[in-house]
Write a protein that binds this ligand. Sequence first.
Ligand code: PRP
Ligand code: URA
Length: 218
Amino acid sequence: MPTTPEPPARGSLTLVRHPLVQHKLTLLRDKNTPTKIFKELVDEIAMLMAYEATSDLTLEPTVVETPLERTTGQRVAGKKLTLVPILRAGLGMVEGILKLVPSARVGHIGLYRDHKTLEPVDYYFKVPADAAEREFLLLDPMLATGGSAVAAIDALKRAGALRIRFLCLVAAPSGVQRVHQAHPDVPVISASLDRELNASGYILPGLGDAGDRLFGTR
Ligand code: PRP
Ligand code: URA
């Protein structure tokens, strides 16, 4: 019989407080951290957070032959995991998670935030066809106004997705609230809940523009 843990509560926010995650997040916030190290840190934090984000995957028993005898172990059952980075910055989280779950599929959602209105503008969408059969981990380091996350979740649901989790590194209270209001069934997992947004929609204290720092475009 598969073992299915309790589903997360509606409107849930999980903060990953593991010391290694918090240590690396502080290095990531540092304005003097260069692009190469920034990229490595995002990769490492995403991998550590994926451990938390997959902690309630369903297991099923499976028989295995050890060198000494036959025994029953456990393996991940059922729904196939699909990673969906929100371009661009979400791309930085993919490889770290794939190290833990190499068989996961990867979809892509292209969105950018209009600098004036702060509203998301979409330019790309591609996920596996059997969306209803899959477990989605939506990836973006930053959850600021929540506009991009809500638009990405809307698009995933239109494609048929039924099980989605949102994994980010830094969240603002207003972003978490917007996601919970629009999509209470989507748990949010973050390494930090920061104080607020500034007038330009940047998270404070935050880490700056994640895409620019990852790809060295500023
Ligand atoms: C950033 C970030 C999120 C979005 C968050 O992307 O990676 O996608 O902003 O802001 P929101 O919660 O207010 O929508 P950006 O629009 O800068 O695009 P980029 O990754 O291509 O630089
Ligand atoms: N997007 C970012 O990259 N950083 C922020 O602080 C807010 C949105």
